[in-house]
Design a protein. Structure first.
Length: 336
């Protein structure tokens, strides 16, 4: 509810200025905003809930009799682990298959009424169609799906074997049939080459690209289920467009966040099961400090992975690995 209030205060001006109905705001936006924000905050919610619950048990001297009666500390952890695993499973399924579908509705609403998340690549565009074919387009026009100054370079054994130039390229038939105007084809055969100059002529050809390749949705990966993400990543790799690192990070994050719930639950129990004079306040402060440290470390490693050579899965899982060691240490040192 706090997140909804803050978000509404930020966007209410744009709601008033745009032609949006109350029904759309409630059912299209906020009904789908709630799963999205929950998906981000569930690990923190779990930590706070565990600290509140366990700290209250410690304050009421309920934990000491349990352990004194012969119940081991590991047996004491079992209900927490069952609950954490259940919540983590819900989050895993939601993050991979449910939340992306509702997030797409939310993002479509934002794109229509608040800020457009679509960006058109219009100038000096370079990308690979596959590992052996690369295109360049000086200018792309979305209105009629056409471009100026087109070049297709074909490589063989790492060397340029052929290139095709055209002054203009235009979509003829979706999804990937194009017409080239004033084209020239040059092929290299060792020390010799051959040139076909077709000035004033046009040619139809099939290229492994569509008009949508020039339009980037900045929130595309949020809208994809994990199955769609895997297909997208595989397609980008086959085309030689790198490793789609941001999408790979998002894919790993959807598994690491549920694991975070289990780790933070262990930390919360270890902190809050010890009876102290500070009570819930002290336990909650320690939990918030650890939770904040986890978020900072997570953002740092993801940024490092996005912009540097750190593999995506390592950048996403480093916080969990570090805090797993902290959780094990705290459990070992917990009052038993």
């Amino acid at each position: 509810m706090i997140a909804v209030v803050i978000d509404f205060a930020e966007k209410v001006g744009k709601f008033i200025d745009s032609a949006v109905t109350t029904r759309e705001i409630v059912f299209d936006y906020y009904l789908n905003f709630i799963p999205w924000i929950n998906g981000l905050l569930w690990p923190l919610f779990s930590l706070i809930a565990v600290i509140f619950f366990t700290s209250r048990m410690a304050k009421n001297s309920e934990i000491i009799p349990i352990l004194s009666s012969g119940v081991s500390y590991w047996r004491f952890l079992v209900p927490f682990m069952i609950s954490a695993t259940f919540i983590a499973s819900l989050l895993w399924y939601g993050s991979n298959y449910i939340i992306p579908k509702s997030t797409k509705i939310k993002n479509d609403f934002e794109s229509k009424y608040i800020r457009n998340s679509l960006r058109t690549l219009s100038n000096d565009i370079h990308f690979f169609l596959n590992p052996d074919e690369k295109i360049y387009l000086r200018y792309f026009r979305k209105r009629d799906t056409s471009g100026q100054t087109f070049r297709l370079e074909t490589f063989q054994d790492g060397k340029l074997a052929r290139y095709l130039k055209a002054t203009k390229i235009e979509m003829k038939k979706p999804p990937n049939t194009w017409t080239l105007y004033n084209y020239e084809i040059r092929e290299f055969h060792g020390m010799r080459d051959s040139i076909l100059n077709a000035k004033g002529e046009k040619m139809d050809t099939t290229l492994n690209m569509t008009g949508e390749d020039f339009i980037k949705n900045l929130k595309l990966m949020e809208n994809m289920t994990s199955s769609d993400l895997k297909s997208y990543i595989e397609r980008e790799r086959e085309r030689g467009l790198g490793t789609a690192k941001a999408h790979t990070i998002e894919l790993h994050r959807r598994t690491s966040d549920p694991a975070t719930i289990i780790i933070l639950t262990l930390i919360g129990v270890a902190i809050a099961s010890r009876k102290t004079r500070g009570g819930i306040g002290l336990h909650l402060a320690l939990g918030i400090i650890l939770g904040s440290a986890f978020v900072i470390l997570s953002r740092f490693t993801v940024t490092f992975s996005s912009n540097m050579s750190l593999p995506a899965y390592i950048g996403v899982w480093i916080p969990n690995m570090v805090f797993s060691l902290i959780a094990i240490y705290l459990i070992i040192k917990a009052q038993k």
